[in-house]
Design a protein around this ligand. Sequence first.
Ligand code: ARG
Length: 470
Amino acid sequence: MSLWGGRFTKDSHQYFKKFNNSLNIDYRLLKEDILGSIAWSKSLMEVKVLTIEEQKKIECVLKLILKETENNAKKILNSDAEDIHSWIEHELISRLGELGKKLHTGRSRNDQVSTDLKLWCKSKIKDLYNSLHQLKISFIDLAESTQEVIMPGYTHLQRAQPITFSHWCLAYIEMFKRDQSRLRDALKRIDISPLGCGAISGTSWNIDREKLAYDLGFSSATKNSIDSVSDRDYVVELLSIASISMLHLSRFSEDLIFFNSGEASFIELSDDITSGSSLMPQKKNPDVLELIRGKTGRVYGSLISILVMLKGLPLAYNKDMQEDKIGLFDGLDIWEDSLNMANLILPRITVNYFKCHKAAEEGYSNATELANYLTNKGMSFRNAHYIVGKIVIEAIKNGVSLNNLNLNILQKYSKLISSDVYQILDLDSTINQRNSKGGVAKHRVRDAIIEIKKELAKDGLLKKNSFKDI
Ligand code: ARG
């Protein structure tokens, strides 16, 4: 069953049909296509293509189709229709006969598919935004309970300066806040309806496109019909936001994989989110984190695919564009699943206070403090840096941390050092000296937690439109 029978004298070849069809991907646009069709039928009624009764019948049958198939994708997938748009039209015609054939008046699948896809994106954005919100809540819970856990902060994966586990959590909250703000931005641009632009040049029926857009929950109607049917910027934009956010999730995973390793042992992941080895009985693997890191590559692949697919297309619609949904659906599903997984992981982390603290002490991560101490006593920072480097070598040779070096040894390197140095080298004091805005000092972290909690309470979840609202 194809939509273009009249012009053709032969049926489609079965291989061509299989290659051409997109139903197995775009069946997910069922609800959006029905919403768009109901709104379109109302517009057709306003321009007198349909009577009030006819519009009511069409709306009623479309709603029935949705009800019957919403949770039964198999019913759609068993058909040999080209795509979801043709499947719904055929279903309507099989139930309403001649009347069903009127619905496509003045409409093209070109404006239809972009309208559906934008509606789908709008709804998915809200799910993603809300998952990010929940993730931030889990991070803040962990941040609250780990304010006293001092651990090494790393640069070049070398112990650099002490931080708190809490401060590490807050870093990720900042990243996920930016992801949310990118989604909000994208939503503004997506929220513009292409319906009524026809195949490329508009429709000759006197449709009020602004009203139609409003009926569908869009903020306005697009301004140029050619652009409207060829624009897939929003697919690129969403996949690029997904890619950035997956980057954050991947770095989060990488951090936790390291924290969870036998070498670090800063954390332990609970049994219900880890897996064993088929051979080595002692192992408990962080597969879930590795999968988030691994799937990130797939999302990047989808972003690259859509960019490359679009870059050489002449205006306006080309069938290449049918490929857009594969990567979009896959990329955004992965992102949402990964966010939800991260949200599952966070409360299942046990932080090993002792191991974290020991590693922070062992790593000479308070060496900067010693250099600052000498600088405070009048030495230039460069000279202090050099001298502390020498002291570190001595400490390594003796197998002790800087605060366990005897005063007479320290004084061999500089007479400016006196017993007050030990107070400076203490880990807690090291932390609290970093009290610039955004720094790790405990009062700064405490204030940041309070601020984020206030933001979370104000920000809240995005409400999704229900079918009935439209
Ligand atoms: N399945 C098509 C897609 O996703 C729908 C639009 C088809 N338009 C056309 N002119 N053949 O792109």
